[in-house]
Design a protein. Sequence first.
Length: 164
Amino acid sequence: MTIWNAAVDVDEAPELVYGSVDEFVREYLRHMYTRPVGGGNARYRWAAEWWRFPEAVARIEGLWRAWEHLRQDPATGSSTWWAEHADHHMPILLSPDGPFARSTDSCEPGEPLPYTAPPAGWFPDMRGRSRSSSLPTPYSADCGPSVAGSRVPGRASRSDAPRP
């Protein structure tokens, strides 16, 4: 079965393949980028706790949402996603000067990027929600930045409890 769908009903939003940005990273993205990462003089950087970096969350959220949309185009969707989205954001994320510049997490060539699960509730499954409720909102009710309804780590909020 291919994940790049040939038939799409335009009256109904298609079901998400990955229910959250975390699932997208865990099940797809980290397996597509099997570059050697590490600290020191390594050419690429990545943090297993990618979800602690607001810039990374915002960029990866964009990658996930673009992927979910473009997978519906069987002709050029995959190529468009790689060329216009992944090839733009991933070099920034993996750069020694990027958001993971101080990370010392490592992996060998051919291994998936390191991964640590985020705290429960940070990235709820969006499957089955209406299209409008699954869109990212720039700010949460407590005036702290939010990505797709989840707390962005490292930002002040009234409560440290994860959002439902």
